[in-house]
Every structure is written in C-alpha cells, then in structure tokens.
Design a binder for this molecule. Structure first.
Ligand code: CA
Length: 233
C-alpha cells in the first residue's frame, strides 16, 4: 500500500457526471481533484501532479485531445479518456495524443474504477520492470526494439511511440510470429482482463501499424494479432 492515496484529476464539464465520478473514486480511496474545462485541466494538472487523469473529450475552452497533448508535454501521466462514441476512440488513439485507455459513454462506474485501478497498477509494474534487465527479443528483421531505453527503429529511422504503443509492441515482440489474442494483449499490456477492452487493443494496434508499417502486424480475424518476423512487405 502506498503511504498516500493516488491522486486522480477528473476533467468533465457536465457537473452531474463529474460529481458522480469524483464521489465514486473518492469512495474507492483516491484523492480526487476536479476540472471543468480544457485550460483549467492543464493548469490543475501542472499544479497538483496527479497520478492519473480521467478526461472527457468534449470540453469547453479546448477539447480533450488538446488537454492530453499539453499535459503529456509536461510529464508522462496515464490518461483514461471518456468518449461519446467508439469510432471517436479510434480517432483519439490514432492521433497519438497519448490516451492509454478509454471508456465509451454511458459506462458503469464499477468499470471506470476497475480501469483506473488497472492503469495505476500498470504504471507501477512498468516502473518495476524498468529496474530489471529485459529479456532478449527475437529476430525482428529491420525492426529494432530496445526494451531498456524504450526506443524503436525501423530500418535506421527512429520511430516515436506512445508509452502504450511501446508496451503493446514489446508484448508482441516477446513472441514474434505467434498469434496473441486480443484478450491476452489487453490483460498483459493494460493489466486488466475484460472483454470491453478488446476495442482498446484494436485502436492501439491501428496506431502502432501507422507508425511501424501496416504489414508488420498481422491480423488473425476473430482471434488477435501477430508481429511478423520477416522484413518483406
Ligand atoms: Ca463533455
């Protein structure tokens, strides 16, 4: 148990939702700070250094994408996005703004709390793993993944991945050529098993493909994904 409760910044302009989320998270033992618009969220994030941000997309001032970009520029912080539609979530992740997970409205409070807890655990686990020497990765052709420095090169060129995209790639690269189910990937990378998370995986795979080359990640429909080992397209 940490000595102090993790701090969560809740950003949502609808007072009823903001208050309901805040109270539920407080009831689960978190220290919660609230913001109601884009500029307020960025300022409060800098001021209070939350451990996680629950962020609505549609906000006055500027929207959740811009908030995400600006707070990630300050320092890396896990972000759980609240979106109105599934396809909006796709766009979010595709833009590479740094959202780690998302929930589509309307959502169950229980699921929100579970996702928050899983994201916080994931950050903790990543910190622990960083202290260990990473297992050597298989031959990935001209794709070079350095787990220790968290850097990726394709050919000779460095590719910039979000922390979530990197974790997903690292998971796939642990068993190149092997099909990993979406459920397995969600459990491994996001640290929580739930069928509703599989779309999160799809969106992040799409974003990863756009950065490292679509042919490098093979889709096995209805099952999952595999990292291709060869360099041929
Ligand atoms: Ca809103």
């Amino acid at each position: 148990m940490p000595l102090t409760a993790p701090r969560i910044l809740v950003v949502e302009d609808e007072p009823v939702i903001n208050q309901a989320v805040t109270e539920r998270l407080q009831g689960s033992g978190y220290d919660v700070v609230q913001a109601w618009d884009g500029p307020g969220a960025v300022a409060l994030c800098a001021e209070t250094s939350p451990d996680l941000v629950v962020l609505d997309v549609m906000l006055p001032g500027f929207d959740g994408h811009e908030v995400c970009r600006r707070i990630q520029a300050q320092r890396p912080v896990p972000v759980l996005m609240l979106t109105a539609r599934d396809d909006e979530a796709d766009i979010l992740v595709g833009l590479g703004v740094g959202a780690d997970d998302y929930l589509t409205k309307p959502f169950r409070m229980r699921e929100l709390v579970a996702r928050v807890a899983a994201l916080l655990r994931r950050v903790e686990r990543a910190a622990e793993l960083a202290d260990r020497s990473p297992a050597p990765l298989g031959d990935l052709g001209d794709l070079h993944v350095d787990a220790a420095s968290r850097r990726v090169r394709v050919g000779g060129d460095e590719v910039h991945l979000t922390p979530t995209e990197f974790d997903l790639l690292l998971c796939l690269a642990g068993s190149p050529g092997t099909v990993l189910t979406r459920e397995h990937l969600y459990a491994e990378v996001w640290g929580w098993s739930g069928a509703s998370g599989t779309r999160t995986v799809d969106s992040h795979v799409k974003a990863l493909r756009a950065k490292i080359g679509a042919h490098r990640v093979r889709t096995v429909h209805g099952v999952g994904y595999a990292l291709e080992t060869g360099t041929s397209a």
